[in-house]
Design a protein around this ligand. Sequence first.
Ligand SMILES: *[C@@H]1O[C@H](CO)[C@@H](O)[C@H](O)[C@H]1NC(C)=O
Ligand SMILES: *[C@@H]1O[C@H](CO)[C@@H](O)[C@H](O)[C@H]1NC(C)=O
Ligand SMILES: *[C@@H]1O[C@H](CO)[C@@H](O)[C@H](O)[C@H]1NC(C)=O
Length: 482
Amino acid sequence: MNHINLTIGILILVNSCLSANILAFLPTKARSHYGGFEPLLKELAVRGHNMTVLSPFALKDPPLSYYHIQVEDEILAMDWNPFSVAKHFKPIFIPFMSWLIWPKFTEMTINKPSVLKLIHSESLHFDLVIFENFFHESFVTIGHKFNAPVVQIFPSVPNAGVAQWYGNPYIGSYIPDVNSGFSDDMSFMERLTNTALSFVYTALSSLYYLPKQSELMDKYFNYTGWETRPSMVSMLKNISLTLMNTHFSIGTSRPLVPSFIDVAGMHLRPASTLPKDLQDIMDNAPDGIVYFSFGSVIKLSQLPKDQFEMIIRQLGKIKQKVLFKWDSDDKIDFPSNIIIRKWFPQSDILGHPNCVLFITHGGIHSTEEAIYYGVPMLAISVFGDQLHNSLVMQNRGAAIRIKYSEFSEDAFEMALYKTLHDKSYKEKAKELSVIYQDQPLKSLDKAIYWIEYVIRHKGAHHLKTNACELTCLPESVGTQND
Ligand SMILES: *[C@@H]1O[C@H](CO)[C@@H](O)[C@H](O)[C@H]1NC(C)=O
Ligand SMILES: *[C@@H]1O[C@H](CO)[C@@H](O)[C@H](O)[C@H]1NC(C)=O
Ligand SMILES: *[C@@H]1O[C@H](CO)[C@@H](O)[C@H](O)[C@H]1NC(C)=O
């Protein structure tokens, strides 16, 4: 009996040595930014860390040491139609549009009772804080507030504006900005635009965008002791680790400094059995199944009627059954081979051997799933990183991409025919799947390893390049006196 008690005692001791108090400061209501990291937050708790997660999204079956602080919901005022603005997304305007929109979003996100309460809390203690930095630089001060090392997470690849603080290369000639819509195979004009983008994100950001974030920091993060904090830029440079949702099998090959770790696809897992009705449909499909979904952000019902009809008309002509994610209750006569639902278990459908094609918008999570399960894509990409993700897949022979702004029935018909009849798309998709899966550590284990590494080495500041010590133009931005 004593022997058992001793063993349990040692186990508890070992466990408590490894377990840390971790805060995940993720108040932003953007599921596509949060979703890729949810498995990490959960797994950290499963492995014995005491997780406190501030987020509008709650976990379904939280582990014991997972404390969720609910962020109040908001009705987003801008109910925009991505299809109608798609043609205005010229790459060079994107930073300026982002700078106008995101500080408003940052402010809306912080100015909520739950978030302000945490900012002004006095009794909590954390060994590490994690925050999401897609245009949320001001959040970095949460590390200062709790006097803890900081890990930043990224829903895609950090742009030049972020990379500059760590000396991570952003060379315009061959490293495409993910929101440019370019791949690494650029024309001269594209390289020029891409270089101009990095100039805008670095040099110009100190004129408007960074001061704006710094202002928000001083306005809302006025916790006890805030007066003596370093400038926002010094704190950004002091970030210990950057986890990003990319991998060279999914994005492009690019150099990374040691504190930049690619952890794409932490949510990926072998497919499981489908609900009975879907399993029957998938099992009994001699010609295969086409899966059609534009993800959770883009609503197909917002597509102009004529284009919607073009898509349906062409899908009605193929011999495969089509599982079609459709968000509206409108009564529409779909051709008999199209099965509509508001929701499908996407991973398990893509993971079924009879899934022959994924028609998608090319969002990062969908692209990761297509690669993991080795399914070729026909991407109709609308905005953001969708254009980049799907173009990279097209260049690798695993997809055909149609820019939404250039959509036509002919282009769709042709792409549908090619991806369904030319076996090379499937073969390339399978090859990419093998490459993605051939990694020394699974993405989730890799992310955990590096987070625990930062805790073990008290911030692991030795990972940083000396670029963090160089003074560059925006250095003075974000001090209290400017
Ligand atoms: C774990 O975190 C919760 C919520 O932040 C806190 O109340 C609790 O004291 C922490 N537990 C330990 C053992 O530190
Ligand atoms: C850098 O982070 C460490 C915690 O890892 C902290 O002790 C130190 O004060 C920070 N320095 C700056 C300049 O923010
Ligand atoms: C923090 O700033 C807000 C206004 O932005 C103000 O209402 C509040 O009193 C300040 N709190 C402290 C502790 O200074």
